[in-house]
Design a binder for this molecule. Structure first.
Ligand SMILES: NC(=O)c1ccc[n+]([C@@H]2O[C@H](COP(=O)([O-])OP(=O)(O)OC[C@H]3O[C@@H](n4cnc5c(N)ncnc54)[C@H](OP(=O)(O)O)[C@@H]3O)[C@@H](O)[C@H]2O)c1
Length: 200
């Protein structure tokens, strides 16, 4: 399994730290050329490698860590996303339900990534929290995962565990996913809940 993080700002870097901590290879990309990202990537760890967006989307699993509306630009990087898993870490605070055609934000994102399996996750914590070691006093920081694709969650849950997080599966986007989404001026009740589980 290969991994990429698209968007190398606050959330992208927080997640890159998680990969580096476990020595898992991950590609990072933004609109800037890889040379511009390389020093920061190297500073995070040797397994974090900056590439162009075009090369990054070669990965099997792509974590989306860009400002919400930019997902549409990222989606244009491939003609088809068949066979890929996209983990949507974006939030839509301030975006009205009408702008999202009344859909859960990640369902709206999924429409742009034709053929991909989409899992909403790693979006419910502030970047500074997400950047810190998820293993604290023997407990594992919880991340919530939801998807309309039943088969999609298990491999992402496995990745989350590998990174030291305790994944909690919430089911479909319009059900459990709604607990962790932001839309309009409202945050889902689980957003910013920094929870820990004793066992993985
Ligand atoms: N910050 C938080 O605490 C937090 C918490 C939870 C969720 N989120 C969500 O996570 C997402 C990222 O937030 P952030 O705070 O990390 O934002 P950020 O610090 O502004 O970083 C955004 C990154 O996306 C890149 N980017 C923008 N447009 C792009 C495109 N078309 N293609 C490739 N890369 C692009 C930017 O780089 P270039 O400009 O160089 O391309 C930058 O590296 C947002 O959807 C936000 O709602 C944020």
């Amino acid at each position: 399994m290969s991994y990429a993080i698209v968007g190398f700002g606050k959330i992208g870097q927080a997640l890159a730290h998680a990969f580096a901590r476990r020595n898992i290879e991950v590609t990072v990309a933004s609109r800037h050329p890889p040379e511009a990202l390389a020093p920061q990537a190297r500073a995070i760890g040797p397994t974090v490698v900056a590439k162009s967006l075009r090369d990054a989307v070669e990965a099997d699993t792509i974590i989306l860590a860009v400002p919400f509306w930019e997902h549409r630009e990222v989606a244009k990087a491939l003609p088809s996303w068949e066979g890929k898993t996209v983990i949507d870490a974006t939030n839509t605070f301030g975006v009205s339900p009408e702008e999202l055609d009344g859909l859960p934000s990640s369902a709206f994102v999924a429409k742009a990534f034709t053929g991909a399996k989409l899992v909403k996750g790693f979006n419910h914590l502030g970047a500074a929290t997400l950047a810190t070691d998820p293993v604290v006093e023997g407990g594992h920081r919880v991340v919530f995962l939801s998807s309309d694709d039943e088969d999609a969650i298990a491999p992402v849950a496995a990745l989350a565990k590998h990174l030291g997080f305790a994944p909690v599966e919430l089911g479909k986007l319009n059900e459990g996913g709604a607990l962790v989404h932001a839309r309009g001026r409202a945050w889902g009740p689980l957003i910013f809940q920094d929870l820990f589980r004793k066992e993985l």
